[in-house]
Design a protein around this ligand. Structure first.
Ligand code: KIV
Length: 274
């Protein structure tokens, strides 16, 4: 499949399809993905949406937060994903300081991401303060996913990776942010580390689908970091995570067996030779 081939709307998940899912009461599944190796596997799965999250800073690049991630990092990884992912909708996270400075800066950076990575949408963190950016992007024809609750790019301002929206003022503010983003034109909203009853209230209050992570079962869909749900890191066990496999241990065991066989002369065998 060549780049710049517009996806077949009948065979691919679109932003309008997600809206219909909400209206029909059908749940939406989202996973992160950062490269072609996993992209091929996700493409063969029934998952609806692929998020090229800026969590790639932690998962792929070894940073201890998402703050150092650049627009070039996002384009590099998103391009690898879109080369192989055709059916699910591909959304790219805009990294820290690529959209906050001004509307013009935001349009330029998001435009670059869409043009150079061939993804279909961007995700921005924040509420009412980014409404001008969201409106400008939607006007320019770029679909936007919002992100409220724990917004990891604001980790220093939030004082850590904590549950958000506790207390009546914080709840009210998040509902107002969700409404403002919806009016500005977002097609979906990620709610991260939000009390389940607040996430359910926001889900009922807005027309677009909510996608939860640590936000309970009342959301219209769920998102998890792919490497987390596959169990790459045995020491990472937050309450919101369910591990569907234990690949970290499987890979570690495979590497020990490979190392043993190489050193014992048991690999390669005759059948592996030419
Ligand atoms: O960067 C990311 O992976 C995310 C999800 C956790 C929602 O923003």
């Amino acid at each position: 499949m060549s780049r710049y081939t517009v996806k077949d709307a009948n065979a691919s998940v679109t932003t309008t399809e997600l809206l219909k899912r909400k209206q029909a009461g059908e749940k939406i599944s989202v996973v992160t993905c950062y490269d072609a190796a996993f992209g091929r596997i996700v493409e063969g799965s029934p998952v609806d949406v692929v998020l090229v999250g800026d969590s790639l800073g932690n998962v792929m690049l070894g940073f201890d937060s998402t703050l150092p991630v650049t627009v070039d990092h996002m384009i590099h990884h998103a391009s690898a994903v879109t080369r192989v992912v055709r059916r699910p909708l591909v959304v790219v996270d805009m990294p820290f300081m690529s959209y906050q400075v001004s509307v013009e800066d935001c349009l330029r950076n998001c435009g670059r991401v869409i043009k150079e990575s061939d993804a279909q949408a961007v995700k921005l963190e924040g509420g009412r303060r980014i409404v001008p950016q969201v409106k400008a992007l939607v006007d320019a024809g770029i679909p936007v996913m919002g992100h409220l609750g724990l917004t990891p790019q604001s980790v220093h301002a939030l004082g850590g990776y904590k549950v958000q929206g506790k207390g009546s003022e914080a709840r009210k503010a998040m509902i107002e942010d969700a409404r403002a983003l919806t009016t500005a034109g977002i097609f979906a909203l990620v709610l991260e580390m939000v009390p389940a009853d607040l996430a359910a209230e926001i889900t009922a209050a807005i027309e677009v689908p909510t996608i939860g992570i640590g936000a309970g079962g009342g959301c219209d869909g769920q998102v998890l970091v792919l490497h987390d749900l596959l169990g790459f890191d045995q020491d990472f066990n937050p309450k919101f995570l369910k591990k569907y496999a234990n690949l970290g241990a499987v890979i570690a065991e495979a590497l020990v067996t490979y190392d043993n066989e190489v050193k014992a002369g048991a690999f390669p065998q005759t059948k592996n030779q030419f």
